[in-house]
Design a protein around this ligand. Structure first.
Ligand code: GRF
Length: 192
């Protein structure tokens, strides 16, 4: 991955589908002096994503794509990424799977946050599965995105203890708090 050159920040797009707490956290981080990225575009697959409000709040361009037809949609996204000179992509709760072709075009420049201690619990419902299996620990991972779902090289992980009284909601809340720490830290680790 290209490292930060001089004081110019790397133009970044954040892809979301939902609440956008990681998005908000990354926007705040991007405004700090030590952040190697600026956030110049927010992409969502749904106009209902709550996180889109942060585009308005922080005056960042937003684009919504339906993903009905993946190839066409990705072509349109690539046009926008080009237009805004985006050189780095952070997936943050983005629920669509990007094609091999798209990932190839941004090789080594797409990262994702996943709410489990990968390689454990790839895919959905990670907290439910951890609790059902009576795991002692849960956590989150930031990793490079490759064509294999949730399988790219891990950049950073944070492990937390699962309490006896935890359910999937309380666990998600605890893990999310850690996500907000390791996502910026991972970006600093690979780009600074
Ligand atoms: C996070 O737990 C993230 O790890 C997962 O989806 C959730 C998104 O939360 N992929 P938010 O939209 O950033 O609040």
């Amino acid at each position: 991955m290209t490292k930060l050159i001089g004081s110019k920040k790397i133009k970044t797009a954040v892809f979301i589908s939902g609440t956008g707490s990681n998005l908000k956290n990354l926007i705040k981080f991007s405004k700090k002096r030590n952040s190697p990225i600026s956030i110049d575009l927010i992409v969502s697959n749904s106009s209902k994503s709550k996180g889109l409000k942060y585009a308005d709040q922080f005056k960042i361009k937003k684009k919504i794509f339906s993903f009905d037809h993946v190839t066409n949609t990705e072509r349109k996204i690539l046009i926008q990424l080009n237009k805004y000179e985006i050189n780095f992509i952070c997936l943050a709760g983005f629920m669509k799977i990007l094609s091999k072709n798209f990932i190839k075009k941004f090789k080594g420049k797409i990262i994702n946050i996943h709410p489990s201690l990968l390689p454990k619990y790839k895919g959905l419902n990670t907290h439910e599965r951890a609790i059902k299996n009576k795991d002692k620990f849960a956590g989150c991972s930031v990793h490079y995105v490759t064509e294999k779902l949730d399988s790219g090289k891990i950049i950073m992980q944070k492990k937390i203890k699962i309490a006896n009284k935890d359910n999937s909601y309380s666990l998600a809340k605890k893990v999310l708090k850690q996500e907000h720490k390791i996502y910026p830290a991972s970006i600093i680790k690979i780009l600074n």
